[in-house]
Design a protein around this ligand. Structure first.
Ligand SMILES: Nc1ncnc2c1ncn2[C@@H]1O[C@H](COP(=O)(O)OP(=O)(O)O)[C@@H](O)[C@H]1O
Ligand SMILES: [Mg+2]
Length: 348
């Protein structure tokens, strides 16, 4: 399989950059997701790897081979890059059986009938579709149609599989199943996978590493745990998981809330943050709720029972915090509760 190297790639549409100075190395056999809100440049980036879009500047390499480099006028066409691509829409041929759909790219390359049978057989087996080979797409569910699209990408034995929100049209349960299957597929085949999604949960459960993007610019690259626990900036902290943000400033050994400066939390912002106004990020699970005694008193403003927890919105000195309570604890709206914050991270 192959490494994918993106060096300072940028794509401008007119005067605006959809992707700017994007650099990342995706290791051989790695599963990397590009994650970010709609319009942040994920698809543009993936299509530059595939060769459907030429970068305005920068260099793309697959394995040792440079496949895009506008400065040197290199632009290897998509079909010569050894990549397979699957899109959000199922994009299977409605008038062809499952077998014919998957065999199609082989047929174009004049692969022998016998080899077609073998390779299609293996691709369908990988996607658990062997017994549906004679069906037509209208006889398949959405999930099955997407498996056909995946099998069709795999039949060419790609070095790199590029997946652009392939699970977004599936219902929640099927999506979860497919996530696990894609991970397994990667292990079985050793193919390098770049998976684009705007769904942070999807990115977290599948990726070896996540590239978080915003407005065409990489915000952070790291393993899911690292990105969740040590976000590089407020955008990443807010985009991944649930977080509270408290505005305030350094005061002695602590952090005084902007809305109520008499409330000083026992956390010291790192000295490297020199700005006067700072923000402290606190995850809900790092706030404990007690009936009495804690760092702070708060009022319950809203509550939602979600089964494994009760989620509370509590007011503290002009701020609202989201907190999780154990399912068997129950505080009424309007009640006074006490909070202890055990961890937080500062941004300026
Ligand atoms: N062909 C195009 N012409 C002009 N603007 C485009 C074109 N393709 C994408 N864009 C713009 O580039 C930005 C990134 O788009 P895209 O890569 O599709 O984002 P994402 O996949 O993250 O939702 C968006 O602002 C989009 O409107
Ligand atoms: Mg997109």
């Amino acid at each position: 399989m192959a490494t994918v190297t993106l060096e300072q790639i940028s794509k401008a549409f007119g005067a605006t950059f959809a992707v700017k100075d994007f650099s990342a190395t995706i290791a051989d056999g790695e599963f990397v997701t590009f994650l970010g809100p709609s319009g942040c440049g994920k698809t543009t980036c993936l299509r530059m790897v595939a060769g459907f879009i030429d970068p305005t500047r920068g260099r793309v390499s697959i394995g040792a081979r440079v496949v895009s480099d506008p400065e040197r006028k290199i632009a290897v066409p998509p079909e010569e890059r050894g990549v397979g691509m699957v899109f959000q829409s199922y994009a299977v041929w409605p008038h062809m059986t499952v077998f014919a759909n998957v065999a199609y790219p082989l047929k174009i390359k004049s692969v022998s009938k016998e080899e077609q049978r073998q390779r299609v057989g293996r691709a369908l087996e990988l996607m658990k579709m062997s017994d549906l080979a004679d069906r037509f797409p209208h006889q398949l569910s959405g999930g099955q149609q997407q498996r056909v699209a995946l099998a069709r990408a795999l039949v060419m034995n790609p070095q790199v599989l590029l997946l652009d929100e392939p699970l977004s049209n599936l219902d929640a349960k099927l999506r979860e199943e497919m996530r696990l299957e894609l991970k397994q597929l990667q292990k079985q085949t050793g193919v390098t996978i770049i998976f684009v999604t705007h769904d942070q949960m999807e990115a977290m459960v599948m990726a070896d590493r996540i590239v978080v993007m915003n407005a065409g610019i990489i915000q952070q690259i790291g393993a899911p745990r690292e990105i969740y626990l040590k976000p590089a900036n407020r955008f990443v902290g807010e985009f991944i998981g649930v977080a509270n943000f408290l505005s305030g400033r350094r005061r002695g050994d602590g952090f005084a809330l902007a809305a109520s400066p008499q409330i000083v939390l026992p956390f010291q912002p790192p000295a490297a943050l020199t700005s006067d106004a700072l923000v402290m990020m606190v995850r809900p699970q790092d706030i404990a709720l007690h009936p009495s005694q804690g760092q702070l008193a708060a009022q319950v403003a809203q509550k939602m029972f979600v089964g494994d927890a009760t989620e509370y919105f509590v007011s503290v000195g002009g701020e609202t915090l989201r907190v999780r309570g154990a399912p068997r604890e129950d505080y009424a709206v309007g009640a006074t509760v006490h909070l202890t914050i055990s961890a937080g991270q500062f941004f300026q």
